[in-house]
Design a protein around this ligand. Structure first.
Ligand code: SME
Length: 162
């Protein structure tokens, strides 16, 4: 779905305010809640931090918990985004062999790395019930969100692989 430029600008102002007011996990939880409530095509919004060679779920907002609270870097769309340090968009998870299923209703997914000092320290992971739910406007918005979340992900105890 397309995120309009004024909606993106307004969302980034809200997120700036959240990360000024809160830090660490509290900031990440609030940003997850804000994103999930603000964009109808964001069905489940989570933030993982790196813990060595695994990703650990630090915060999420959505209708249900995921069983994937720890994901080895070798696995899943989440692992690929963290390993390669690039945003991953999958239009239909049913045709992705590396997809780790969380929710039966999920059709598309975007995973956006969070960096600190040039290294990946975590990522934003969003599931949508719509096929091809995410486009370049989602990517642009979420890459800007990821930059703003960097201090909170570091403060939550992210440890990149040695
Ligand atoms: N689908 C992800 C796993 C995390 S859940 O979407 C919450 C993956 O393939 O890595």
């Amino acid at each position: 779905m397309t995120v309009g430029r004024s909606a993106a600008t307004a969302a980034l102002l809200q997120i700036d305010a959240i990360v000024q007011r809160l830090s660490g996990r509290a900031a990440l939880s609030e940003v997850c809640r804000f994103l999930e409530a603000s964009f109808p095509h964001f069905g489940w919004v989570g933030v993982y931090r790196l813990d060595g060679r695994e990703l650990a779920l630090e915060a999420y907002a959505g209708p249900a918990a995921t069983e994937h609270t720890r994901i080895p870097l070798e696995r899943g769309l989440c692992g690929r985004a963290a390993r390669d340090g690039v945003t991953v968009i999958v239009d239909d998870v049913r045709s992705s062999p590396e997809y780790l299923a969380c929710f039966l209703s999920t059709r598309s997914e975007i995973v956006v790395p969070v960096r600190a000092d040039g290294r990946v320290v975590g990522e934003i992971d969003i599931d949508s019930d719509r096929v091809a739910g995410f486009d370049a406007t989602d990517r642009k918005l979420l890459e800007e969100v990821a930059a703003r979340l960097s201090p909170a992900v570091v403060a939550s105890g992210a440890k990149p692989p040695a």
